[in-house]
Design a protein around this ligand. Structure first.
Ligand code: 13P
Ligand code: ZN
Length: 277
């Protein structure tokens, strides 16, 4: 069954844990992520990121998400991640995503507010929840560095845009880190949690350290986005073994992705949550 993330993130905020958000990039990864959720009997947030369009287009992602999401015996949120243009996100809203992110975090404050408001009213009129980002979670390259979220800006942004959840930047980056586990600013997170009334989201979860992520989940983050670690788990499973058939290899990849997904449910404290419809 496909559901909204609204109730999930509110519950996570109230009870100091987080939901994992897993990006999928093909049918094998989405199946593995659902298997993890089914094993633990927990809802799952499955996401297609617009920047993954070269590997999997929006139509394919929608088809896979709806097919496997409706077949799953746990609730599934189908989320459009890092939507970078209004047209694509609006298309996602009308074609089956149950949650969308408009990401104008690399633009100035006013433009970020303007684009987020356009998506906000379009999506809310259609019963779809919206995530946006203030501050910027970059990619560890010199061209796209992270910028910490300012508390006053986050508070004002949430008030002006009426979004349902807000991605904030407290020291993580997308992808692998060049220099070990990052140092997260828990003091900034505490200030943000106090000032911003809506659920907070953490991007760039991969390789950020279980201790850091567990603490972030306890202290105000309600969703942690994970992609790179899952893709690397699939790759490592392939490289570690020599397979006699492609299906055997795909099976090993699914198992590696499923095991890691289950691990993150435990790290974020989601396993203590009893879901009721
Ligand atoms: P990682 O690839 O660092 O896990 O980031 C995932 C993410 O933020 C997707 O939106
Ligand atoms: Zn992200």
């Amino acid at each position: 069954m496909l559901i909204s993330s609204s109730k999930l993130l509110k519950n996570a905020k109230q009870n100091h844990y987080a939901f994992p958000h897993f990006n999928f990039w093909d049918s094998n990864s989405i199946r593995a992520e659902i298997m993890a959720a089914e094993e633990l009997k927990l809802p799952v947030i499955l996401a297609w990121a617009q920047k993954h369009s070269p590997e999997i287009g929006i139509e394919d992602a929608l088809a896979l998400g709806k097919y496997y999401g409706n077949k799953a015996n746990v609730p599934v949120v189908l989320h459009l991640d890092h939507g970078v243009d209004v047209d694509t996100v609006e298309y996602g809203v009308t074609h089956g995503f149950t949650s969308v992110m408009i990401d104008a975090s690399d633009k100035d404050f006013n433009e970020n507010v303007r684009e987020t408001k356009i998506i906000g009213s379009y999506a809310h009129e259609r019963g779809i929840v919206v995530e946006a980002e203030i501050g910027h979670v970059g990619t560890n390259s010199t061209k796209d560095g992270s910028m910490y979220t300012e508390v006053a800006a986050a508070q004002e942004f949430a008030r002006l845009t009426n979004v349902d959840s807000l991605a904030v930047s407290i020291g993580t980056s997308h992808g692998v880190y060049k220099q070990g586990t990052p140092k997260l600013s828990f003091s900034r997170l505490a200030e943000l949690e106090k000032a911003v009334p809506i659920p907070l989201v953490l991007h760039g979860g991969s390789s950020s350290g279980d201790e850091n992520l567990a603490r972030a989940a306890k202290q105000g983050i309600t969703k942690v986005n994970i992609y790179t670690d899952l893709a690397n788990a699939a790759l490592n499973a392939t490289q570690k073994n020599s397979f006699l058939s492609e299906p055997d290899m795909a099976f090993a990849q699914r198992k590696a992705v499923k095991d890691l997904a289950e691990h993150y449910y435990k790290v974020f404290g989601t396993v203590n949550y009893q879901y009721t419809i």
